[in-house]
Design a protein around this ligand. Sequence first.
Ligand code: VGL
Ligand code: ZN
Length: 208
Amino acid sequence: MSHERALILVDVQPDFMAGGPLACHDGEAVVAGINAAMNSGRYGHIVATQDWHPAGHLSFAERHPGKAPFDTMMLHGECHTLWPAHCVQGTPGAAIHPGIDQRAIDVIIRKGTHPEIDSYSAFRNNTGPDGQRRSTGLAGWLEARGVREVYLCGLARDVCVLWSAEDSRYLGFQTHVLWSLTRPVTPESDQATKTRLQAGGITVTDRD
Ligand code: VGL
Ligand code: ZN
């Protein structure tokens, strides 16, 4: 086990899996492999993020008359995709997936909790009404423990995993995406996602 190495589980929640409103392609398939990775002894620290929106969150299409899920619009000066309502606080679909062995998780970071601000990345919110992107505190949590290498898995490959990986690298962590332990909302985006990760200096690997 290396204490310099952290595993981050991004949004492993039923709403992003089969039967959920924002199902990733084959999303539930990541659960067994994530349990194996957590119990592999390779990671000194394990963090999970949990998408955790109040009802009527700004990112939900239903909030915007005339808009449908997957339409885009400008929010706080950024082009934003609008989503079906998902991961509403306290609902079963917002739980950490019941198949995940939570014993090894050190900390859970809830994100997207502000009604008017979204958060894709585990590290910082999307742009808010004041034009700022605020930290979730995760980088400080990792730095305080001497973490230098971050491994990411979870959902969705093309949204929250991608944004988390880019921030991780930008913040100075050696960053790896465990590709086979992620699944996309939009499978057609896979090649673009991989190219963008690699161009950003992030390792895309199937080996943890
Ligand atoms: C996510 C869209 C909206 C994700 C979260 O976890 O990738 N995607 N909220
Ligand atoms: Zn969300």
